[in-house]
Design a binder for this molecule. Structure first.
Ligand SMILES: CC(C)(COP(=O)(O)OP(=O)(O)OC[C@H]1O[C@@H](n2cnc3c(N)ncnc32)[C@H](O)[C@@H]1OP(=O)(O)O)[C@@H](O)C(=O)NCCC(=O)NCCS
Length: 262
């Protein structure tokens, strides 16, 4: 594998995406980077982990930022051939293609309420209502690291294709997403001009939700230790719940936003 490179796609209209179909059968209007993210998610979550195809794409995808990591793969098309004396007869020929091998997404607030401990959901039950119908933030129950009010962003859909695991690909993706968030904190704050004070759920200017660096993850319990390596801490009060048949825990991290916005 050559040096991997990372592509970014910000919030994008994904009208026309048919969640019943795989990424390879989507209309030409859907951006390639997003289709590549879905290709990885289908390979990992749908084929490997058994999540239904219909639940893999959700309404958060259009408003999220996505990162996709690619590997350059060199494939020999014609092997080198030599004659009996060892003289070169045919030079080796190869082609280099790039393959999406990992992805992650970052969903801005608002989010649906924290899952109830002990509950069981399908992924789409946790989707946020279309932004036009929801306020900029909701008041949630307080947990260990979240007071129920502070706006937080959510990292998720972290997936690395099986044969590329264990080489730091997920680490690169998490680092790309958190660095971008650190450099673009105001990206997440709603604009009064486009939303209006009422829809923001704020009456006074100082009640307007502002992102202060809090990041949440709904982590599969079996990879909780992986997220912990990147600074996320289990939120005990969030408890555990089942999402798509897989046990999850809530984890939080607070980024230091004192660095200058890029
Ligand atoms: C979890 C997943 C994304 C990790 O991808 P990866 O590219 O192999 O991870 P990395 O190589 O970047 O490893 C990151 C760190 O976690 C550790 N790690 C990786 N997998 C681990 C595991 N299953 N258990 C414990 N530690 C693990 C690595 O040793 C590494 O530690 P280091 O930075 O101290 O060396 C990948 O296994 C995957 O796609 N799993 C299936 C989908 C999934 O469960 N997604 C998470 C949803 S919450």
């Amino acid at each position: 594998m050559g040096t991997p490179f990372i592509a970014f796609i910000g919030p994008t209209k994904l009208d026309g995406y048919n969640r019943k179909l795989s990424s390879s059968k989507q209309p030409g209007s859907i951006p390639k980077t997003f289709l590549d993210a879905m290709e990885v998610r289908e390979e990992v979550f749908v084929q490997e982990q058994g999540v239904p195809q219909d639940n893999e794409f959700d309404t958060d995808d259009a408003r999220a930022c996505h990162w996709v990591i690619y590997a350059s793969i060199n494939t020999t098309t014609v092997p080198e051939q030599t004659d009996a004396d060892g003289n070169l007869v045919t030079r080796k020929q190869s082609i280099t293609t790039s393959k999406p091998i990992g992805t992650i997404r970052l969903v801005p607030f608002p989010h649906p309420p924290h899952p109830e401990p002990g509950s069981s959901y399908a992924a789409d039950a946790l989707e946020t209502a279309p932004l036009s119908k929801s306020p900029a933030y909701i008041v949630d129950r307080a947990t260990t690291y979240h007071d129920g009010k502070e706006p937080y962003i959510k990292l998720g859909r972290l997936a690395v294709v099986k044969e590329f695991r264990g080489s730091g690909i997920a680490k690169l993706l998490v680092s790309a997403a958190t660095t971008w968030a650190e450099q673009n904190p105001s990206h997440f704050n709603p604009s009064i001009k486009t939303m209006g004070m009422e829809k923001m759920g704020a009456l006074l200017c100082d009640e307007i939700p502002v992102w202060k660096g809090l990041i949440c993850v709904h982590a599969q319990e079996k990879v909780e230790k992986v997220w912990a390596r990147w600074g996320f801490k289990v939120d005990d009060a969030m408890g555990t719940w089942i999402e798509e048949g897989i046990k999850h825990v809530g984890m939080f991290q607070r980024l230091n936003l004192e660095k200058k916005e890029g």
